[in-house]
Write a protein that binds this ligand. Structure first.
Ligand code: C5P
Length: 228
């Protein structure tokens, strides 16, 4: 379980960063992408976009066919840090707690996951990709060169998410976040399709007591060995 996989000569290298909500995977993935000069895929955005669209259009979060149709119609535009859908900048809306909850509800459905797979794999382009999510190393890019799985205590994660939301001007409380994150973890871990779990060949890092900069330094050393 060393987190490295032999790389075929022509394959576009992929580094995967999976883990539960607010485990630090977004920060690590962005840092790795910048340091390696690779593209970045935040796969949660696709589930959030679908959750957002379903809430907007009043489509029930268990209506498989309607959700698959919505997924097929998603034509997001990524403009720098901004995400636009249907002519609207939805970057901030996607971060709302109810959108995260809706995302994890639609993510339970295998048909929805399949409908979003192609969009995620399109992001695999030279010179390489860092992909962050729940099933990047297990399902979407099982042949990734280097795989990480981050964990952290649920209390630490709730505090981090609280800080992130405040920085974005969105309100919440730690106790609400603790509840929301625990429910989301349970749903993500127990679903049958692509449950949240480390790939057999992932390097597992518990970030509870490690500063983000140290997690990045450790992961980067490991990536450079895998990619060499
Ligand atoms: O990572 P983020 O919090 O943005 O993801 C929102 C939800 O989307 C997660 O709770 C999870 O249910 C779902 N998701 C998933 N597979 C991924 C990424 C996100 O099921 N690769």
């Amino acid at each position: 379980m060393n987190g490295c996989q032999a790389q075929s000569e022509r394959a576009v290298p992929v580094v995967t960063v999976d883990g539960p909500a607010a485990s630090g995977k977004g920060t690590l993935a962005a840092g790795l992408a910048q340091a390696l000069g690779f593209h970045l895929l935040d796969s949660g955005v696709f589930y959030r976009m679908l959750g957002w669209k379903a809430l907007q259009s009043g489509v029930g979060l268990e209506r498989v066919v309607a959700l698959v149709n919505l997924a097929a119609e998603l034509t997001p535009q990524f403009r720098g840090e901004e995400i636009w859908l249907d002519g609207e900048n939805i970057s901030l809306s996607l971060r709302r707690q109810e959108v995260g909850t809706a995302a994890s509800k639609v993510a339970v459905l295998p048909e929805v996951r399949l409908a979003l797979l192609r969009l995620q794999r399109l992001a695999r382009r030279l010179p390489g990709l860092v992909a962050d999510g729940r099933d990047m190393g297990t399902v979407v890019f099982p042949d990734a060169t280097c795989k990480f799985f981050l964990t952290a205590s649920v209390e630490t994660r709730a505090e981090r998410r609280h800080k992130q939301l405040i920085e974005k001007g969105l309100s919440s409380t730690i106790s609400l976040l603790l509840q929301e994150i625990s429910e989301r973890d349970a749903r993500d871990e127990s679903r049958e399709a692509a449950p949240l779990k480390p790939a057999a060949d992932a390097l597992i890092i518990d970030t509870t007591l490690i500063a983000a900069a140290d997690v990045l330094a450790l992961a980067l050393r490991h990536c450079r060995q895998c990619l060499a």
